[in-house]
Design a protein around this ligand. Structure first.
Ligand SMILES: Nc1ncnc2c1ncn2[C@@H]1O[C@H](COP(=O)(O)OP(=O)(O)OP(=O)(O)O)[C@@H](O)[C@H]1O
Ligand SMILES: [Mg+2]
Length: 336
């Protein structure tokens, strides 16, 4: 079977075509991404209205390329999987409307996909041996969650950030030290040239594995204001990255222990971070955990992860021909 995946929740217009079977074997036939990063860079972040307009402009060409790359005719597709939320509602609407039109014209079902279920599903592309239950550390521009993946389409949120998401904190630090958008990769690159010599706070809660990154973010801003031209940007980035990585890994390992689960899968845009990938593997080995890390190209937003999450729901009978499904800015993954 072939499923078509559509992703447009932020600033990436993406379409993928994926072959799958009921044994959870997946083969990526096309993975097309049209990124708007260069457009939003100028504004220091994503401008929602501009993102929506570019999705409209780009989506037709992205579909044509996906069909061409995969040598697929639309009539061969059994369902359309689409991100319905969470994300920028105007941006989501473009993908959702396009998916509805395709499903209606082809008379095939729609599979509404939660964006974070997609990020988690990126692991199945690279690791076909991975099977639930497992714990997923989801770290992205909008999320910092510890999720128990109870089954392929059943999730339980065990912990989350009480304020900023970790990707958001990386982007803010990048702005403070003048590195531009998107900040994560740039902070990480600069951190590699420095040492963790500054002192930054770590926030922990009693009896909870929740995260909080607003304290460290404010401390970085205050430090930059105080040090001014004496600020060692490399050392600041390195201190920030080490602090954040240690907290994420520590909570993830503890979460596995508390739930007596030996499998830990990383997910989301921040999982592109080299130090996080390294440290999770090191601590995972020390604690006898099987650590799963998605292939780099499937860490940030793409439609292949949406197609995989969609295929899993399709196999579970969770699809619809009801064209009243809509885009949602916020959505609970447990109610999926
Ligand atoms: N190497 C890296 N190190 C740290 N952060 C990174 C790295 N690469 C990307 N990021 C961060 O990942 C985030 C983008 O991830 P992603 O595309 O999944 O976010 P999003 O889709 O905007 O949010 P969400 O998935 O929560 O809806 C950005 O905040 C970016 O700075
Ligand atoms: Mg994302």
């Amino acid at each position: 079977m072939k499923i078509l995946g559509i992703e447009s929740s932020c600033d990436e217009t993406a379409i993928s075509i994926l072959e799958f079977d009921n044994k959870y074997n997946f083969k990526v036939l096309a993975n097309v991404i049209s990124s708007q990063i260069d457009i939003h860079k100028e504004f220091g972040g994503v401008v929602p209205e501009i993102a929506s307009r570019h999705h409209i402009k780009n989506i037709g060409g992205v579909l044509d390329k996906a069909l061409l790359d995969s040598n697929t005719k639309l009539e061969e597709v059994c369902a359309i999987a689409v991100t319905v939320g969470p994300g920028l509602v105007g941006a989501l609407l473009v993908g959702v409307s396009y998916a509805k039109a395709l499903a209606y014209a082809l008379d095939i079902p729609l599979v509404p996909v939660h964006h974070i279920a997609g990020h988690i599903a990126a692991n199945y592309i690279t690791h076909e041996e991975l099977k639930p239950p497992f714990i997923s550390l989801v770290v992205s521009g909008g999320h910092s969650h510890l999720i128990k993946v109870e089954d392929y389409t059943k999730f339980k949120v065990l912990a989350k950030t009480r304020d900023d998401a970790v990707g958001e904190a990386f982007d803010k630090v990048a702005r403070v030290v003048g590195l531009g958008y998107p900040g994560g990769p740039k902070v990480s690159e600069m951190a590699r040239k420095g040492e963790a010599k500054y002192k930054l706070p770590t926030t922990k809660f009693e009896d909870s594995l929740d995260f909080s990154f607003s304290g460290i973010k404010t401390a970085v801003i205050n430090l930059a204001n105080k040090e001014k031209e004496n600020l060692n940007k490399e050392n600041l980035c390195c201190t920030f990255e080490e602090n954040v990585v240690n907290v994420l890994v520590d909570h993830a390992v503890t979460c596995c222990k508390q739930n007596n689960i030996k499998k830990l899968a990383l997910a989301g845009g921040v999982s592109a971070n080299t130090r996080l990938r390294e440290e999770l593997q090191i601590q995972g080995n020390k604690n006898n955990l099987e650590v799963y890390i998605p292939e780099l190209k499937y860490t940030t937003d793409n439609a292949t992860m949406i197609a995989v999450a969609g295929a899993l729901k399709y196999l579970d009978g969770k699809f619809t021909k009801d064209l009243s499904i809509n885009a949602k800015a916020s959505m609970n993954i447990e109610e999926e």
